[in-house]
Write a protein that binds this ligand. Structure first.
Ligand SMILES: NC(=O)c1ccc[n+]([C@@H]2O[C@H](COP(=O)([O-])OP(=O)(O)OC[C@H]3O[C@@H](n4cnc5c(N)ncnc54)[C@H](O)[C@@H]3O)[C@@H](O)[C@H]2O)c1
Length: 252
């Protein structure tokens, strides 16, 4: 006997799929058979990940898209529908942050972090909702444990991620009876291009890993496994939840 996760009838969009955690998610969803759109601010990064997938025999496209810009989201999603079909799995992974004490964070930086990390996620959810209702789709939002524990020098980011968790739960309430599920994954520190400055600032990966019950930091594959589970029928009775994927660092 064997259990297989088969997403071959799914069209997945992964924002920020051109790097780090998003790249790992895009690769794993493609391995499970999904057609994957890598939606990223960087057209080159999106194209390169899409080519990795097609090189292995999967189906993927790169889509240049800025989640903070509603018109860009509208055009990007229209392009996905045209090339792959209606979206059935939406992974909101793109985000931005600053590593600065609260008192040093400017109004402009605050606005940018909220615009991308929170409003960008909402833009994608709003833009893809008609498709998700049509396909009985699933949303997996990448939050952060910082939203639940607080994070030194990342206060606005933590606040934006708390908003991501709240909108995930609220939408899950509204669309559950229509067959759509929405959950969030909250990663602990995961080694990616985007986290290198943070890891450096807190004294390096080895030092940080000592605080983790499982003794190491995360990899994009660790986060991707949880996303695949929440996108698949194995989680059919799970919605409105936040799954911490953090080697036991956060137990809430
Ligand atoms: N790495 C960690 O330790 C960690 C921990 C907790 C949560 N997270 C979350 O995981 C997600 C991915 O983080 P990562 O470390 O892989 O980041 P990363 O910086 O390596 O990759 C982020 C990707 O998002 C894209 N992007 C940024 N702004 C965008 C926008 N406006 N529109 C479209 N694409 C945009 C970038 O071009 C990049 O390809 C983020 O939501 C982050 O908050 C990461």
């Amino acid at each position: 006997m064997s259990v297989q996760i088969d997403l071959s009838s799914d069209v997945a969009v992964v924002t920020g799929g051109g790097s780090g955690i998003g790249e790992g998610i895009a690769m794993l969803l493609a391995e499970a058979g999904a057609k994957v759109a890598i939606a990223d601010l960087s057209a080159d990064a999106a194209k390169s990940v899409a080519e990795q997938i097609t090189g292995k025999g999967g189906t993927a496209i790169g889509v240049e898209l800025n989640i903070a810009d509603e018109e860009s989201v509208r055009q990007g999603l229209a392009s996905v529908r045209e090339q792959l079909g209606p979206v059935s799995v939406l992974v909101n992974n793109a985000a931005t942050w600053t590593i600065k004490k609260f008192a040093d964070t400017t109004a402009e930086e605050t606005q940018r972090v909220i615009d991308v990390t929170l409003i960008g996620t909402i833009n994608m959810m709003r833009g893809a909702l008609p498709d998700l209702l049509e396909t009985q789709g699933r949303i997996v939002n990448i939050a952060s444990d910082s939203a639940r524990t607080g994070e030194h020098s990342m206060s606005v980011y933590a606040a934006a991620k708390a908003g991501v968790i709240a909108v995930t739960k609220s939408l899950a309430l509204e669309v559950g009876r229509k067959g759509v599920r929405a959950n969030a994954v909250a990663p602990g520190t995961t080694v990616t291009p985007g986290s290198s400055a943070f890891i450096e600032q807190v004294g390096g990966a080895d030092k940080l890993a000592r605080a983790y019950p499982l003794g190491r930091l995360g990899s994009p594959d660790d986060i991707a496994g949880a996303v695949l589970f929440l996108a698949s029928p194995l989680s059919a009775w799970i919605t409105g939840q936040v799954l911490s994927v953090s080697g036991g660092y956060t137990m809430v």
